[in-house]
Design a protein around this ligand. Sequence first.
Ligand SMILES: Cc1ncc(COP(=O)(O)O)c(C=O)c1O
Length: 379
Amino acid sequence: MTTINFNEPAQNLSTLQYIEDVFTQKHTSGDGKYTKLCHKWFADKLSCEQTLLVHSGTAALEVAAILADLKPGDEVIMPSYTFCSTANAFVLQGAVPVFVDIRPDTLNIDETKIEAAITSKTKTIVPVHYAGVACEMDNIMDIAKRHHLLVIEDAAQAFDSFYKSKPLGTIGNMGCFSFHETKNVMSGEGGLFVTNDSTLAERAEIIREKGTNRSKFFRGQIDKYTWVDKGSSYLPSDIIAAYLYSILEISDQIQQKRRAVWHKYYSAFESLEKSGAIRRPIIPNNTTNNAHMFYLLFNDLETRTKFIAYLRKNNIQAPFHYIPLHSAPAGKKYCKTSGSLDVTNRISDTLVRLPLFFDISEQEIDTVINKCLEFWSKK
Ligand SMILES: Cc1ncc(COP(=O)(O)O)c(C=O)c1O
């Protein structure tokens, strides 16, 4: 029996053709033909002043963290239930991530707990749109406005998802997307930084290009370029952009397929939820579902461990995540917590993700569903 992978990267008929074209263009470094095509695609889709391809979601967060102009010891409020890059980007700037608990329904940062975490050192809030489902952005923007804080959206998982019709990643001061191969649209590794603030937009371009004004030089706006600010090399090769552009061309099909798989899983586990065995994802009315992830929530760690082992024995990959950042060695060293993190700890022990990717077959989905139900029937 072949393994049903948790994830497989998508490919389009045009993928290799575009990559070959990069060599025809004789421009394999950054900001070539395909980077420009991707920039235009995202500028149209997100209606954003600045859309900059970077080499990862991590890099997008690092650009944002540099732009936040943090001093050592400044505090950044975020959830602990997230990927380490959300915190790491700020730790690299000498700032201190402060973790608050998540909501039990969406698993997003609990906006009602943010104000209690604000101190005179707080500079930024980082909402993470977990599974592509929106955080309560109206409340978060209101808190940020009243306390003069920046909002940096970790929209790594939020491609093609909206809060009250606004694209996620474009509501705060800055937004950061990931195109890692596990995301809805991907380029192997890859990311996007976006902002609608013209001052941040100009500086972001410089930070991405090793702290130089080379982009202005290439546009013919200055006659030589030089080192003008902090920065690093955050731009991807045009080979990566060519892969991404070929995937953007089929993004509607990808989204349609992912939503169909998500809904098939959702319906299949309705009776299990009714019996109290598991809980399915909850999508509030004010947010869309980009079908980035389908997960099940168990009642305890022991049952989840047995369930994952049962699927593995049946050649189905079903991972869990995250080890909460506050309990990770680096989290203990560099970060602080605010209030209880009970929901975070519970979700970390009880969540399982099911296989969900563009090329998954109907037969594979049926096998996953049947094996999941079989686990419960044998219990
Ligand atoms: C919430 C979150 N933030 C940041 C990242 C980092 O993105 P990347 O892997 O592209 O560096 C990820 C990727 O998994 C993520 O899920």
